[in-house]
Design a protein around this ligand. Structure first.
Ligand code: PA5
Length: 449
């Protein structure tokens, strides 16, 4: 279950100002459902959880079972929307030190990622780690032409073919891509890989509840049925007919737009549980690519507390007042550690002996909230009852829905990303990619100026 608390924005946004945005948020919600707003070709995610059949989920689970059978490692290749959702759920769910866990304690092989950067050291160390291991691979690219995953796939494909043989490689590689277009589709069809389709009407950053996210998550041994059920519950709870007073997606969208109008241009998504680090990374892509356009948009940042209270805490408390915080608070941890008593008590911490570590964390969270609100940082709080698959499913859909509403309130098309092409054009020109001769000549002039 999720609970949203926007009461701590009242120092910046009055109840009347927030109330004034209710109509706009409700209108945006209706635009989403009517498909009457910008980018309405990309609304496939809107009713996805409730329309995903058990047969589709079973196919994904069966494929995961085949990929993981006899594998020492599963490598998932993808970037952006083809990476972050799966990484977020897997990190939130699995043991923090999963990769170091004893083989006997594991229910699934470790899932490692590639193609989410062009780091030569990263790739080299990954390949060194894979030596002598049986590797399965999921390669994910909607376009099929993204440089980072395409480079990584060349290397991993070669490795699997060399270690298992070409015919076994066919069973060890699954591609998730466009239904008919792109280089990855061509390769998959030629090699005879099992494939899953990324629907045309779902953009990368909204694709975690498609096979893009679900197959890697299933390979990690995580319950994808519960994840999708959680998302479907949030789909019902934020549906068009749910009034603003009960619709937490509309409320969150209204609160952040009200804060933006008051000059709060940066939203820091804060967690007090390091398992949520990559949920924030996923959220940053979702909101950054959806809203950062036409010279507008809240800059989505993230902080891991209490870690970052010892680095960014000073700025948050005392720096320029253009920030607000949205705290992801987990009511129930997965595990329990009790603080021991110490005979010498040199650190003076015996007053905490017998308490749970989480109790200390909870007081850190409350103390931080009071300090930051006092320091002029409005606070939105999202409480998660726990870190179960069901709750994570709810959280994912909540953020997606609120993002669509918020983008329409801001007046942008939340479903395109024209800005991400600029660096690629320069990179290809610099690398002298065939077809980029004009751009190469132009960029050389600028560089040699
Ligand atoms: O949101 C987007 O579309 C991008 O950030 C993509 O997620 C990212 O570039 C990966 O694209 P693809 O799946 O086509 O390789």
């Amino acid at each position: 279950m999720l609970h949203l608390d926007t009461s701590k924005i009242s120092g910046t946004v009055s109840a009347a100002e927030l109330h004034a945005l209710q109509g706009k948020a409700t209108e945006a919600l209706h635009m989403l459902h009517a498909g009457s707003g910008k980018g309405s070709d990309f609304l496939g995610w809107l009713n996805l959880p409730s329309s995903t059949s058990l047969a589709e989920l079973s196919d994904i689970q069966a494929t995961a079972a085949k990929l993981t059978a006899g594998a020492d490692v599963v490598v998932v290749i993808g970037i952006g929307g083809s990476y972050l959702g799966a990484k977020a759920v897997i990190d939130a769910q699995l043991h923090t030190f999963d990769a170091l866990q004893d083989k006997s304690k594991r229910t699934a092989p470790p899932v490692l990622f590639a193609g989410q950067n062009i780091g030569e050291d990263y790739l080299s160390e990954l390949m060194e780690t894979l030596q002598g291991k049986t590797v399965s691979c999921i390669v994910i690219s909607k376009s099929g032409t993204t440089t980072e995953p395409a480079l990584a796939f060349r290397i991993i494909k070669n490795f699997i073919e060399q270690t298992c043989g070409k015919s076994e490689a066919k069973n060890r590689i699954v591609a998730i891509t466009d239904k008919s277009r792109g280089a990855l589709r061509t390769t998959a069809d030629k090699e005879g890989y099992k494939t899953f389709v990324i629907p045309d009407n779902i953009g990368g950053r909204f694709s975690v509840l498609t096979p893009v996210g679900l197959l890697p998550i299933a390979c990690a041994g995580i319950d994808i049925v519960a994840l999708v059920h959680g998302a479907a519950e949030m789909e019902r709870n934020t549906a068009q007919h749910v009034p603003f007073e009960k619709n937490i997606a509309a409320q969150y969208a209204a609160a952040r737009n009200a804060l933006y109008a008051k000059g709060k241009k940066v939203e820091a998504l804060a967690n007090f549980n390091p398992k949520l680090h990559f949920v924030a990374e996923w959220w940053k892509q979702l909101y950054g690519e959806s809203e950062g356009k036409d010279g507008k948009g809240i800059f989505p940042a993230s902080v891991d507390f209490t870690t970052d209270l010892h680095s960014l805490g000073q700025y948050v408390q005392d720096g320029e007042r253009m920030l607000f915080e949205t705290v992801l608070s987990v009511a129930k941890t997965k595990r329990c550690v009790t603080i021991p008593s110490d005979e010498e008590n040199l650190d003076g911490l015996n007053f905490l002996a017998g308490k749970r570590v989480d109790e200390v964390n909870r007081m850190a969270e409350l103390g931080t909230l009071l300090a930051h609100v006092d320091g002029g940082v409005p606070n939105i709080r999202i409480e998660l009852s726990d870190l179960s698959e069901h709750t994570l499913g709810e959280l994912i859909y909540f953020f997606e829905k609120a993002c669509g509403i918020s983008g329409y309130m801001l007046g942008v098309n939340p479903f395109d990303q024209p800005g991400v092409e600029a660096y690629k054009k320069n990179m290809f020109a610099l690398l002298e990619k065939p077809g980029y001769e004009k751009e190469t000549a132009a960029i050389k002039v600028i560089i040699n100026r």
